[in-house]
Design a protein around this ligand. Structure first.
Ligand code: MN
Length: 401
């Protein structure tokens, strides 16, 4: 089977950085959608691709060995990313999806964790090969919500499995025999979150070359707002012995993943398996309407926490500080009049930490200029009686003239 592979990745219209990554080699291909913050997300995604890349060109004794090797590479990716996340504080909480495909003879092996998808376009039928590891997919499986409800569900960005979140990971995998004319698309949710299956299928089926098709998919996602990084790898297979390429079908029909993977592909195409153990929940930092709302909620909570923190701090300062302030006096000025203050000459936000306790009827004009700076700066006193003594000792113009 001859393969033509093309990859594309676009930052989208909202994100500042691109935390997606993809791999296009000779026999291995993958898409990873990193998360956990700007740099960490990129590190998680690119790190996860390395064990997959290491399989490129490997020859296997049989199909099972090949499938095992691909799953093992995904497990390895999980071990490496989770170890880095645990060891390096700035990588804490990072993770990534990983959807990988490996060509082995006439077969394609697919392994995945997360919600980056693999689709197969064959003979005008477009099928999702992978199950999303998302909360909404779980709710669909449980019959609690419909697929239509899932598309706009506020928690649709929550994924239930990811690479790097825990030392153990469940890997889903499947293997199927390729047919000439098959096209396989690996893509991140930046595409599938905003472009529906029918649109994707139409673009892939219209016979344009791979790069043009991928550019069109990115453009459609960006026209829909481009809320997330958009990444896709398109694999096209044909028979090198056949005369020319099979004509691409012009019309397509969509099959949902329920009848695709659940009941059909497992039997028809090969095996759907699970590998490893453990499930973890990770919230995707996806910038779209729903998550902005959730993000706004978190912002409000954070602001509330800060305000509560400040109030508590000021309360402690005032309660603890009052003792100190009550024993502190100084002579200063209020509207050109000499007064005795209690407290200290400091303003903390709205809180004035001093108050006038006695007036003197001495106007600044009556005080010689050389003493003005002392009053302006505040002349400390040990207590109220000391303050009164100081006031009586303040020089007057009359005294010096
Ligand atoms: Mn994404």
């Amino acid at each position: 089977m001859r393969i033509t592979a093309t990859g594309i990745s676009d930052v989208g219209r909202v994100r500042e950085g691109n935390e997606d990554a993809y791999l296009v080699a000779d026999s291995v291909f993958a898409v990873a959608d990193g998360m956990g913050g700007h740099v960490a997300g990129e590190v998680a995604a690119s790190t996860a691709l390395e064990p997959i890349r290491a399989l490129d060109g490997r020859v296997f004794s049989d199909s099972d060995a090949a499938a095992d090797a691909l799953r093992t590479a995904v497990v390895e990716a999980n071990e490496t990313v989770s170890r880095m996340a645990a060891d390096e504080p700035s990588y804490r909480g990072m993770g990534t999806t990983l959807t990988a495909a490996m060509l082995e003879g006439q077969r394609l092996h697919v392994a995945h964790v997360g919600d980056s998808r693999a689709y197969l376009l064959r003979g005008g039928r477009f099928s999702q090969l992978t199950d999303d590891h998302t909360l909404v997919q779980h709710l669909i499986d449980e019959g609690q919500i419909t697929r239509e409800e899932a598309a706009s569900h506020p928690q649709r960005s929550i994924i239930t499995r990811a690479i790097g979140v825990s030392p153990d990971v469940d890997v889903d995998s499947l293997t199927f025999e390729l047919q000439p004319g098959d096209a396989v698309l690996l893509c991140s949710d930046g595409l599938t979150g905003v472009v529906d299956d029918l649109q994707i299928a139409e673009v892939l089926a219209d016979g344009a070359d791979a790069e043009a098709a991928l550019r069109r998919l990115v453009r459609i996602a960006n026209d829909a707002g481009g809320p997330d990084n958009i990444t896709a790898v398109l694999l096209r297979f044909d028979d090198p012995d056949a005369d020319g390429r099979p004509a691409a079908p012009r019309t397509v029909s969509i099959r949902t993943q329920d009848d695709a993977v659940g009941s059909d592909w497992a039997g028809k195409l090969g095996t759907v398996g699970s590998f490893g153990a453990s499930t973890s929940v990770l919230r995707r930092e996806r910038v779209d309407d729903e998550v902005e709302t959730a993000g706004f909620g978190r912002l409000v909570l954070r602001a509330l926490a800060i305000v509560v923190g400040i109030v508590v701090l000021v309360g402690l300062l005032v309660a603890g500080g009052r003792f100190l302030l009550n024993q502190t006096y100084f002579i200063g000025l209020e509207d050109q009049e000499v007064v005795i203050y209690q407290g200290i000459d400091v303003q903390v936000g709205p809180f004035d930490l001093k108050r006038v306790v006695e007036r003197t009827d001495i106007h600044l004009d009556e005080v010689p200029a050389w003493y003005h700076p002392t009053l302006e700066a505040g002349r400390p006193a040990a207590d109220i009686n000391d303050a009164r003594r100081i006031v009586q000792g303040i020089p007057r113009r009359d005294d010096t003239s």
